[in-house]
Design a protein around this ligand. Sequence first.
Ligand code: NAP
Length: 253
Amino acid sequence: MFYHMKQMTSEWSLSGKICVVTGAGRGIGRATALKLASAGAHMICVSKNESSCASTAEEIRESGHGAEHIAVDVSDGKLVAAVCESILSKHGTVDILINNAGIARDNLMLRMSDGEWTEVINTNLSSCFHWTKGLLRAMVKKREGRIVNLSSVVGCAGNFGQANYAAAKAGIIGFTKSVAREVATRGITVNAVAPGFIQTDMTNTLGEEIKETIPMRQLGEVGDVASVIEFLCSDGAKYVTGQVIHVDGGMYM
Ligand code: NAP
């Protein structure tokens, strides 16, 4: 019995893993970085503004775990490629990649500008391509890796005023499943997490009436999403790939 429990615990350890989380400065990304660090991973916290990723990394170090930060615009493919190279030359490998950085620029389709379309597609979807391209080869070489991409309930169901965001989040699902198939024999899993409404800066303008659209009648907490991501990164999820895990209080069934 004791031996069995010990085995269960060690399945969740991320000790010695090198992990990149984009959008780690706030919200779901920050909670995920803190959670994976507490499971033993060395965290590389990425965000657009230096102050936010630096503060997450600082909090992790204060709790006795390893962390560093990198400020980079994830929509810039050239910059991301250079950052990936420097991470790999410093650490030799990356074991876990969480593509979490994202923005919303909502507007009705008839009013949506080219800028609102491209900014959301480049930040939310193309960033997944840039980071995966930059880090996947090292995972393939090591025959081990975990990639988790943040999609959304909106990517499955669509949403009023979010044609750009829904297209990016649906694209992430297709991207996830395709890459999962390509690397399935290499010990690498690729999954998506699709949150519903989670309490973060992204949702703080929503009114109380939004709760009526959620079967559980409440918004989720960042920790609810981080826990699922932690599971997908663990050994316990080694046979789970190409999946979309919904964390949405029952919105999408
Ligand atoms: P958030 O609180 O607004 O935080 C977004 C993070 O992404 C910030 O750290 C931000 O950096 C970073 N970021 C944005 N644009 C970037 C860029 N161009 N380059 C680098 N970093 C960038 O967002 P959240 O609510 O936690 O959402 C996290 C992810 O979950 C997103 O992909 C979002 O679409 C998805 N999601 C969220 C919800 C929800 O209800 N909250 C629901 C479904 C899906 P700075 O800190 O430097 O600004």
